[in-house]
Write a protein that binds this ligand. Structure first.
Ligand code: ATP
Ligand code: MG
Length: 255
């Protein structure tokens, strides 16, 4: 395995001297190619800030982020846009689909932006749709789809360009438990069968139990880490719950 994401001494402050929030306080960790990592922590612990820095949406105050060996803070505006398009896949809590496009066109758009050969687009979209179990909704518009179908469409859009890493912020946050499970199983299959590297932020122990590794954040710092190893998902869930209760049980958890 090789190091895909490397974070060194990441610091992010918000505000000014009179009201300063230390959202990230000296965070360092690495993610290997093919890992499925979850980041857990209570509300306000810095999860979204961390993900936004990694996804180049936000700039850190100090520290470095390397993706595929490229230091993201060295990239200028145009290079940054290309970098995001070619190397990152995003899944958001609220789906972020374009309402005026069908599921097919939402997914295809990611390929069109990448200037993919138009003859190859249909085949690629259908393959991704089959993988995520949304073949039957490809002609529907987002308002005609369930939350779960929308999120699986967003996941298809995120993976279709073959990104180096998929970044997901609370991807099950707006889903009921059945749809959460389907999405998480899809993410796990993408990880296990296609070796997709996934970094998922969640406050839900059930969602985190699908990952192979969980990092726990508190007050802008990483204070613990669990690896699944050969444990079954249910046993891993119990191990995660143990840490969550150590943290004061101040996370929302389901199941
Ligand atoms: N744009 C901003 N300006 C000022 N402070 C911010 C900003 N964004 C986040 N913060 C603060 O930084 C800290 C971390 O916020 P962040 O959104 O990263 O937390 P989180 O772990 O994602 O929480 P949640 O589970 O509620 O989504 C919080 O104290 C928050 O109030
Ligand atoms: Mg958040």
């Amino acid at each position: 395995m090789s190091e895909l994401l490397k974070i060194e001494h990441l610091v992010k402050y918000y505000g000014n001297r009179s009201s300063l929030t230390k959202a990230l306080n000296d965070i360092s960790f690495s993610v290997e190619k093919g890992e499925f990592t979850a980041i857990m922590g209570a509300s306000g612990s810095g999860k979204t800030t961390l993900l936004n820095c990694i996804s180049t949406i936000d700039r850190p105050t100090a520290g470095q982020i390397y993706i595929d060996g490229i230091c993201t803070s060295d990239l200028k505006r145009n290079a940054l846009a290309d970098f995001r398009r070619d190397r990152l896949g995003f899944i958001f809590q609220d789906f972020n689909l374009l309402d005026t496009l069908t599921a097919f066109d939402n997914i295809a758009l990611a390929l069109q932006i990448q200037k993919c050969d138009p003859k190859k687009i249909r085949g690629k979209v259908e393959q991704a749709a089959d993988r995520l179990g949304i073949r039957e909704v490809l002609d529907k518009y987002p308002y005609q789809m369930s939350g779960g179908q929308k999120q699986r469409t967003a996941a298809a859009r995120a993976v279709i360009t073959g990104p180096s890493i998929i970044l997901a912020d609370e991807p099950t946050g707006a889903l009921d438990s059945r749809n959460s499970r389907t999405l998480l199983e899809s993410l796990r299959a993408l990880n296990e069968e296609e070796h997709a590297t996934i970094l998922m932020v969640t406050h839900d122990s059930f969602a985190a139990s699908y990952a192979s590794r969980v990092l726990f954040m508190k007050d802008g710092e990483i204070f613990n880490e669990l690896r699944r190893g050969k444990e079954e998902r249910r046993a891993f869930f119990d191990s995660i719950m143990d840490v969550v209760s150590l943290m004061g049980g101040d996370l929302n958890y389901a199941v």
